[in-house]
Design a protein around this ligand. Sequence first.
Ligand SMILES: Nc1ncnc2c1ncn2[C@@H]1O[C@H](COP(=O)(O)OP(=O)(O)O)[C@@H](O)[C@H]1O
Ligand SMILES: [Mg+2]
Length: 362
Amino acid sequence: MRIIGIVNQKGGCGKTTTTVNLAGSLAADGARVLVVDLDPQAHATLALGIDPEDLEENLYEVLTDPDGADRLQEVLVQGGGDVAIAPSGIVLSALEQRLANAEIESRTDRLSNALETVQGMFDYALIDCPPNVGLLTFNALRAASEVIVPLEMSYFAIHGVQKLIETIALLSERVSHDLEVRILPTLYDGRTRHARQTLAEIREMYKDLCFDTVIRLNVKLREAANRGLPICLFAPSANGSRDYNALAVEVEASDPSFADATLGENAGLAEDPVREVVVRFRDASANDVRIAGDFNGWIPDKGVRSLIESEGSERVWTKILQLPPGTYEYRYVVDGEWREDPQNPEFDSGSTGGRNSILVVR
Ligand SMILES: Nc1ncnc2c1ncn2[C@@H]1O[C@H](COP(=O)(O)OP(=O)(O)O)[C@@H](O)[C@H]1O
Ligand SMILES: [Mg+2]
């Protein structure tokens, strides 16, 4: 079972719409799909045709009890489009407070433990997260191995995205396992120049980490949610349906465990041997220095080994990267602030303002 979290702390960027309609398209393709509705507002539950007020039990029963994992199967309901739902309810908003005194480990592992009990029943579990990074989102990231970040292609989207990626990187460190993070452009209106520009900039910056699929603005998506159906059933020929079908195909094709397997088989045929690249940053006052670039999806220190040493009053951060030959852009993240490499005269103007330093690996 692939567990995919749909995460963005901003509301209204298409998390719920993506969860529900990706689920519908995957199910229409024959996959067994579970939607986990972690948002107390229960929009995903509603969008799949279930009124949370009609239910006696929901995820609260599963998550509130340290031994609640086994109860997951009892609370599952069948929604529109042949998608199973682990439903939400407004009581979920009390979970954080309720678990305030529970041990941190036990508090954040609850969803992960619960999903283990349905491992063989589904091919996909898609987790719709609330618009914040509290305990519920933390449970989702703990359970998931993949994350989709829907990003609204408005003029301002680009300003929040680095912060968001940093937050996820920080969380991924704290959940102590790797997360495959991918960006999904949503609410795209190709008629406006701002949207076209934003999409181009996001693509340039995130390259392969950005889905090829773009979800266009389509009012049918809202109507489908009101009718409690995934768009592929409600309006199969609408743009919204085509876009989410395309996303489903892309997600199906990108199974990370499958990619690892093929990599293993072809290991002897690798064209570009990786090089070990070492860069250093010196500073007297910084506490935390990380490196982010197009080689790690701009996720600070992802896939990077770090060493910290002292030289007189200065501290020296050594970053060891494994890279195939090519040209890369990067910045240092110094105590949360994105900076060019002061020792590198080669730079390019970054798409979000400021400069990206250039690294050439031969
Ligand atoms: N591609 C789209 N085209 C038109 N409306 C959309 C699209 N995606 C989402 N919406 C609408 O925008 C609103 C916010 O989307 P939603 O998926 O609920 O965001 P989130 O879960 O991130 O808060 C909803 O009313 C939804 O129907
Ligand atoms: Mg939502």
